[in-house]
Design a protein around this ligand. Structure first.
Ligand code: UDX
Length: 452
């Protein structure tokens, strides 16, 4: 099928690359010239597993451009995957989505049939709004086209966005007309039936069954995305709340999570206690849900509490550092990990960034390290007085305490004896519970985890 994707960010780019790999002809539109020139050279602007190799495998079916082509390049499907940044009141801003819809409507031709798919995470009711924007733009041009709307939220995780796209648990499609569902079913058929040859770099997971297609109405599809992300955020905050009480009573949250997670009604995943959640989805989606609820005068105390607990986690690690060191002012603290989670260079809403700001504010000198996120963190922390080091041992050198803020494998496997030798005082606050406390203690560390 011919597909046009508007927005080549995390979602648009990975979806476009996957669809081209599956055999569709994809045109990806993005306004950022720097991003476009990288993409045209076959380079990925994001640190994401498999993007460059799949781009090279699908190069003949994938092109990048800065504006929507006339007639959308004869696309049967146009996916809108632009950003929906939070407004001051927490609500997701659909300005870019509307703009994309308008530009798209300006390029539609008389008699053309196209299914417009909203892939961005958007507030409830956006589909209807997008339909209206397109309808009005077409009417102003006196052009008649058959435009069908569908909502198709994504559930991909950063760092494994491509495997999540190729091997999803489910594909949710919300549309009022059966035709739109049928078009998306055709678009995703290679995934739904797993008929494609898995790329070497992204093999099909062992025991993977076929994904389910959940066909529903647009509003339910939009709500599914928010409800899913909020649930996961609540699950993490829940275990973090339990972790705090574990510390008080002398229980170990890792053991508790194992015991609890073996109940299939609860499940083992997303029960890792630590610094809490960040990233582009959970913070934004929980706040967007609260904003929608408040428009209706409806309280959502569980989601509100999950956000509060998440914020508190960031403060708790600072409290651990200050209660161990007594005075933070004038101390050197190494912070290992800047990305909001491992295997990505994304620092949006990263707990590490927040904690560094607090530490610097409290007068500490921070040595920061991350395997890939330093350039993004430098931009985020521009103007703040701290040092970025290119290896964890260099970051640990001369420090009074070391805080692990991201669960990178590189930190799990550190030579703890070597780290202890270069530090002024061997203290570890393990904000992600990735170091074995016994190994840390036998290397001479004072070890403080979360919920242990
Ligand atoms: C999430 C959803 O998983 C995905 O389905 C949705 O489409 C987008 O949002 P992502 O933000 O990429 O994906 O990251 P995810 O792997 O879900 O982790 C989110 C945050 O939770 C990270 O900061 C991570 O460190 C934290 N986390 C995750 C925990 O603190 N504990 C856990 O047990 C799991």
């Amino acid at each position: 099928m011919k597909v046009t994707i508007i927005g080549a960010g995390y979602v648009g780019l990975t979806t476009g690359v996957a669809l081209a790999y599956l055999g569709h002809e994809v045109i990806a539109v993005d306004k950022d010239p720097a991003k476009l020139s990288l993409l045209r050279e076959g380079k990925s602007p994001i640190h994401e597993l498999g993007v460059e190799s799949l781009m090279s495998l699908a190069v003949s079916r994938l092109s990048f451009t800065d504006s929507i082509p006339d007639g959308l390049g004869q696309a049967e499907v146009a996916l809108i995957a632009v950003g929906t940044p939070p407004k001051l009141n927490g609500e997701a801003d659909i300005g870019y989505v509307e703009q994309a819809a308008k530009e798209l409507a300006e390029k539609l031709q008389e008699g053309q049939t196209c299914t417009v798919v909203v892939k961005s995470t958007v507030p409830i009711g956006t589909n209807r709004r997008v339909a209206l924007v397109i309808e009005r733009a077409l009417a102003a041009r006196k052009v008649k086209a058959n435009v069908y709307l569908a909502s198709n939220p994504e559930f991909l995780r950063e760092s494994v966005a491509l495997p999540d796209t190729l091997y999803p648990d489910r594909i949710v499609v919300g549309a009022d007309r059966a035709e739109s569902i049928a078009v998306l079913e055709r678009l995703y058929r290679p995934i739904l039936e797993q008929t494609f040859a898995p790329p070497k770099i992204l093999p099909r997971p062992e025991g993977y069954g076929l994904p389910r297609l959940v066909a529903t109405d647009p509003t339910s599809a939009e709500m599914t995305k928010y409800a899913g992300n909020a649930f996961l955020a609540i699950k993490i905050s829940y275990i973090n709340e339990i972790a705090g009480l574990c510390e008080k009573v002398g229980a170990n949250v890792t053991e508790v999570a194992r015991g609890v997670g073996l109940d299939p009604r609860i499940g083992r995943r997303f029960l890792e206690a630590g610094l809490g959640w960040g990233g582009s989805c959970f913070p934004k989606d929980t706040s967007a849900l609260l904003a929608v609820a408040s428009e209706y005068g409806y309280g959502m105390p569980i989601i509100k509490a999950a956000r509060e607990v998440n914020q508190r986690q960031r403060q708790l690690v600072v409290d651990k550092l200050s209660s161990t060191l007594k005075v933070l002012r004038g101390r050197v603290i190494s912070v290992l990990g800047l990305a909001f989670k491992a295997n990505t260079d994304d620092v949006r809403e990263s707990p590490a960034i927040d904690v560094i700001r607090t530490l610097v504010d409290r007068g500490a000198h921070v040595h920061a390290h991350d395997p890939v996120a330093i350039p993004n963190a430098q931009r985020e922390l521009d103007g703040l007085d701290l040092e970025f080091l290119d290896c964890p041992y260099a970051a640990a050198e001369g420090s009074d305490a070391l805080l692990i803020a991201t669960e990178w494998d590189e930190y799990r496997t550190m030579d703890l004896q070597r780290v202890a030798r270069v530090m002024k005082q061997p203290i570890i606050v393990d904000g992600r519970n990735i170091i074995d406390p016994e190994s840390a203690r036998s290397a001479g560390f004072t070890y403080l985890g979360v919920g242990k």
